[in-house]
Design a protein around this ligand. Structure first.
Ligand SMILES: Cc1cc2nc3c(=O)[nH]c(=O)nc-3n(C[C@H](O)[C@H](O)[C@H](O)COP(=O)(O)OP(=O)(O)OC[C@H]3O[C@@H](n4cnc5c(N)ncnc54)[C@H](O)[C@@H]3O)c2cc1C
Length: 436
């Protein structure tokens, strides 16, 4: 059956499709591919904008490799099968009175897909999912099942948590978890000057801070999440009707209609962004963490995201605005701004440096020429600030100019040579970013 990603930008027509239901069945599928000299790739839910998941010969589907394998309350870890969607993991963890430390904006992705591309949220002591792993298990190109943790195969653990699907097929992932916690979310519109002027302070005083800049305006939406010392039963979520009006109707339905209409009348976008930014009002609510971190995204878009060093972030953002203001682009989606503490995951965008993320979106049906020139312009600014591109989002970088951005890039390539010498797991995207 043909494969297509969420944004509709990438598609593939693999010859064979298998849905393994256990690690042993993954081994059998990999051994068969090896015998047949085929490539084999497990896909997630296709939420990467790049062709990183595109399968060529054999596609392994994740849908039967799901669920929780083990809960260790002493070590405070939970092990899940690789194909488990994050929303299922979150619901199961809530049921157990547990939670991940941090996560991104949505929970549709599989745990393996999200971890493999370096998916992250904002703030906390670890923004990236890969930095919250304590172990994983994968099947190598030789069909060998390997465990990895700080104690077992520590080199594989150090290098392979963000593995891009290039090292093997993940079967299980073990996450550090915490007791279920409640966040207070404070959303507040601000002027550009106020938001930039107080950004460092907002980051310092809240656990998770996020901002959105509406291009062609001087308006920002800021979001600050603070951990409360409260029981989940004390949470005061947004009332259902207000939540539906704000999140579904305004953020998804109206925003979808506006951005789709704007594709036909781009001249109206600056005014539309002014209106959208001004229509937002401040609100505060509390809820269990995963319900604050994630929300549905029903408007389909394309996205590029870069991490620059934290200290260069505000300067990069000012430069972004300067370039957008001087251009004739009309951009209907806000630029998202997040931060992450440094981690020790070799191919994480936050490896060894505190990071500042800038994410650039366009509507999936917006004019391709504007989309491409906006992303090219923004990528040039990101390069000037030593940026590292998100592996699952659009960018034009290739192995030769990614290597200097990652101190352990050569070690990662050597591990790939060891675990997948016959390149069972490769595809066009991996050839571009890692080489043959
Ligand atoms: C609406 C939307 C919102 C998003 N929000 C965020 C965000 O807030 N933060 C962020 O950082 N990113 C975000 N992303 C990006 C997204 O998290 C990543 O692209 C993620 O990889 C998608 O997971 P997936 O399950 O769809 O994996 P896919 O895109 O299907 O696959 C990604 C990679 O994982 C590999 N893979 C999957 N399963 C396995 C396995 N079992 N073993 C080995 N490799 C495997 C695939 O082969 C591929 O290389 C968002 C994307 C969208 C569309």
């Amino acid at each position: 059956m043909p494969w297509q990603n969420w944004s509709g930008l990438e598609s593939a027509d693999p010859q064979t499709e298998v849905s393994p239901a256990s690690p042993d069945q993954v081994v059998v599928a990999v051994e068969a591919a090896h015998r047949d000299r085929s490539t084999v790739k497990m896909v997630g839910t296709g939420h990467s904008f790049t062709g990183i998941a595109a399968p060529r010969d054999v596609m392994l589907r994740p849908d039967r490799l799901t669920g929780i394998v083990a809960v260790d309350r002493e070590a405070m870890t939970v092990t899940a099968y690789a194909g488990t969607p994050l929303r299922v993991l979150n619901a199961e963890l809530e049921h157990l009175g547990l939670s991940l430390h941090n996560m991104g904006d949505i929970a549709e992705q599989t745990v393996a897909g999200a971890v493999s591309t370096g998916t992250h949220g904002t703030g906390g002591v670890a923004a990236g999912l890969a930095a919250q792993l304590t172990g994983f298990q994968l099947v190598t190109g030789a069909g060998e099942l390997l465990d990895a943790s700080r104690e077992v195969n520590p080199d594989l653990f150090a290098l392979g948590r963000v593995g891009l699907g290039a090292l093997g097929i993940l079967t299980t992932l073990t996450f550090a978890v915490e007791p279920l916690f409640v966040l207070e979310a404070r959303e507040e519109p601000m002027s550009w000057d106020d938001a930039l002027g107080s950004f460092d302070e907002m980051v310092a005083e809240s656990h998770h801070c996020d901002m959105y800049w509406f291009p062609h305006t001087d308006r920002m939406l800021t979001k600050r999440n603070t951990r409360l010392d409260a029981e989940p039963s004390e949470a005061r979520p947004v009332p259902r009707v207000r939540g539906w009006v704000d999140d579904e109707l305004l953020s998804n339905t109206v925003f979808g209609m506006l951005t789709a209409a704007a594709n036909h009348a781009p001249g109206l976008i600056p005014r539309m962004n002014q209106l959208s930014a001004r229509a937002l009002s401040a609100r505060t609510y509390t809820d269990v963490a995963h319900k604050v971190f994630t929300s549905p995204r029903r408007v389909v878009f394309r996205e590029m995201e870069y991490a620059v060093p934290r200290e260069a972030g505000l300067e990069a953002l000012r430069e972004v605005r300067k370039v957008v203001d001087a251009s004739d682009w009309r951009i209907s989606f806000p630029v998202e701004i997040r931060v992450a503490p440094a981690d020790d995951v070799a191919l994480s965008t936050a490896y060894d440096r505190d990071s500042f993320y800038l994410a650039f979106h366009t509507h999936h049906r917006s004019d391709w020429h504007t989309h491409a020139s906006y992303l090219t312009g923004m990528e040039a600014v990101m390069r000037e600030h030593d940026g590292r591109p998100h592996w699952g989002k659009l960018h034009t970088r290739a192995a030769a100019d990614l290597a200097p951005a990652y101190p352990l890039f050569e070690e990662f390539l050597a591990l790939r040579d060891r675990l997948d010498p016959d390149r069972l797991f490769t595809n066009d995207y991996l050839r571009r970013v890692l080489g043959d």
